[in-house]
Design a protein around this ligand. Structure first.
Ligand code: C2E
Ligand code: CA
Ligand code: CA
Length: 595
């Protein structure tokens, strides 16, 4: 080669070298070139600054120190070395991997052979700092994961009842539709249930207790069925269970009713909830969701009417019963308008005086020559509001028919039952005073019997009316005491004069010698609060004697007389007086003989 040609060649080489070095230095990657013998042959400045290695260290040729500095920064130096060793064993190989630093940085590492023509003369390593990109990717991943979790939470919430954590109505409807669209022949059963008298739990013990009760009921329902069965709260105290492919829905329904037999403890108070359940199953003539639910609802209604705390399977006759109820309401309206509501009277005797001191007026409906019992028409009358007119009629008839008996002795009185619906009208005292006045009956000779549930409504309107009645001399008796969710503890706050112990407690007295602590406690507590006590449903001598011994003030029941229409009342009064006189005589004789 001529001198000028060599000079030209050198210049081209220098230009190529400067271009290469400029390129190397302008790249954001750190580059390290290692010879075939494993010695560092060149590095760019970016490599040095990325790894924090002083240029002097490289220039001294102390490759071991450089390697030591590199390894010291990594979280997994062994893996780094293993990779290097593997690549040197295979000089033609290319690789790409990721390095993690102790200080949290992340580098991508590329490695490829350095070749002159086809000969491998070394290896080029390049490193790229991808920490920022990695972090951004991690953040994106995290955000995506959070979003996915939130979406799944929202989805759960949309189908969940927030109080009990059970499914909600929408999910139940979806599942029911899905079940009905499933293979033909699969059993589909709907168990619709409603807590009995739940309103009283809320009214008497407060909404917190009500909520706790619903949560506990939800828990028990869940435990009665298989994990895949849907248990939903439809709202309020109404729940529904969907069984798909169940072999014995009746057994499941029975289990559900049974599950509430164990009392529920809420804030130290023992409550005994119960429920009424209607069961309907898929069949040839009930294949769609709305029909199944309607049938379950009718069956549930029938379970309530049959006395609550039970389950009933839908039967077509129940439809008839439903129609009969509608018919009953229409009939009752006509009865009220045409004066078919009559009143029967039941004597109440004084244990101390041995005479009849009071008479309770009880509504009777004479329908087509037969008597419809009050428990059949009073609930209908309350639902429809007709009870207001019935109550007024009973009071008017009672005052009219008993006026002669009352006026003969001012210590006698007439008791009437007053429904909460009547007290919600707000003008009950005025109505009572006007009616009594029109018949010439003194308010002192009237007793209104109310059940405890009337006290737990809303404002103090009911209390106010009862206070107004009492200040005019009317006495207030608390009826059916001991049933429902009544509590002895609340007695002292109520404006009442008399406690009527429910007949279910009196029914506990058989021989008269058994210990009955609850009954005794009720009598003592009422007396302690200055109330008089009347026992209802006294049917046997043993019961009367027991109650008299326990200091019960008055007794009422078939033992003395059944409720009688006005014309038969004089005979009933005499018979009752005779019975109590004989009882007192016998009790006195027994006491004498004991002494
Ligand atoms: P209540 O106020 O507890 O009335 C007592 C019920 O017990 C009456 O039932 C009476 O016949 C019955 N009874 C009395 N002695 C005995 C006995 O020794 N053994 C048994 N097994 N039962 C006895 P009745 O007349 O069927 O009334 C049922 C319920 O209907 C009443 O219970 C009351 O809650 C309601 N009721 C009746 N008349 C009226 C009314 O005019 N207005 C309102 N709001 N409710 C009424
Ligand atoms: Ca009563
Ligand atoms: Ca009663």
């Amino acid at each position: 080669m001529s001198t000028s040609a060599r000079t030209e060649e050198d210049a081209r080489l220098r230009e190529a070298m400067s271009l290469l070095s400029a390129t190397l230095e302008s790249t954001a990657d750190g580059i390290l070139v290692v010879s075939a013998e494993g010695r560092i042959s060149s590095v760019n400045n970016q490599f040095l600054s990325m790894w924090g290695i002083p240029r002097e260290l490289v220039d001294t040729g102390d490759d071991e120190s450089v390697m030591g500095s590199v390894l010291g920064q990594l979280t997994d130096p062994e893996q780094f070395l293993a990779k290097v060793t593997a690549l040197y064993a295979d000089p033609d190989a290319e690789s790409h991997d990721v390095l993690h630093f102790r200080d949290g940085r992340t580098f991508e590492r590329y490695s490829r052979p350095q070749k002159v023509e086809d000969r491998v003369v070394g290896r080029v390593w390049s490193f790229r700092d991808v920490t920022a990109a990695r972090r951004a990717q991690d953040q994106i991943n995290q955000a995506m994961a959070d979003l996915a979790q939130q979406a799944s939470q929202l989805k759960t919430l949309a189908f969940q009842d927030p109080l009990t954590g059970l499914s909600n109505r929408q999910l139940f409807n979806d599942r029911l539709a899905h079940a009905l669209a499933g293979p033909c022949g699969t059993a589909v059963d709907v168990l619709l249930l409603d807590l009995d008298d739940f309103k009283e739990v809320n009214d008497i013990h407060g909404h917190h207790a009500g909520d706790q009760m619903l949560i506990e009921v939800g828990r028990r329902l869940r435990a009665c069925v298989r994990p895949n069965d849907v248990v939903a709260r439809l709202g309020g105290d109404e729940f529904v269970v969907l069984l798909v492919g169940s072999l014995d829905a009746d057994a499941a329904a029975a289990r559900v009713v049974e599950s509430l037999k164990l009392p529920v403890w809420i804030d130290g108070t023992m409550l005994r909830p119960s429920l009424s359940l209607g069961l309907a199953s898929i069949s040839e003539d009930a294949v769609d969701a709305s029909e199944l639910l309607r049938r379950a609802d009718i069956a549930m209604y029938a379970a309530k009417s049959a006395g609550k705390n039970r389950y009933l399977r839908f039967r077509p006759e129940m439809m008839t019963a439903l129609l009969e109820r509608t018919d009953l309401e229409a009939g009752l309206r006509t009865a009220v308008d045409s004066g078919e509501i009559a009143v029967h009277y039941q004597p109440i005797v004084s244990a101390r005086l041995g005479t009849v001191v009071k008479v309770e007026a009880l509504a009777r409906w004479e329908r087509d020559g037969a008597l419809v019992p009050p428990h059949q028409f009073i609930p209908t009358a309350e639902r429809s509001g007709l009870i207001v007119e019935i109550g007024t009629e009973v009071l008017l008839r009672g005052c009219t028919e008993l006026e002669p008996w009352l006026s003969a002795d001012s210590s006698r009185s007439l008791a009437v039952n007053v429904s909460g619906v009547q007290l919600q009208q707000g003008n009950f005292p005025e109505l009572l005073f006007a009616t009594a006045g029109s018949c010439g009956v003194d308010p002192h000779q009237l007793v209104v019997e109310v059940t405890e549930s009337v006290f737990f409504d809303d404002d103090c309107q009911v209390q106010r009316q009862l206070v107004q009645l009492r200040s005019a001399g009317v006495r207030v008796a608390l009826d059916d005491f001991g049933t429902g969710y009544s509590s002895l503890g609340r007695l002292q706050d109520l404006p009442v004069d008399t406690l009527k112990i429910d007949q279910s407690f009196v029914g506990l007295i058989h021989g008269g010698t058994e210990p009955l602590p609850i009954l005794n406690c009720m009598i003592d507590m009422a007396h302690g609060l200055g109330l008089t006590v009347t026992a209802e449903g006294v049917e046997t001598r043993e019961q009367a004697e027991y109650l008299m011994r326990r200091g019960c003030d008055s007794l009422q029941g078939f033992l003395f007389s059944r409720p009688q229409p006005a014309p038969s009342l004089p005979a009933a009064l005499s018979a009752s007086a005779r019975t109590i006189t004989a009882l007192r005589h016998d009790t006195a004789a027994q006491t004498q003989s004991v002494l």
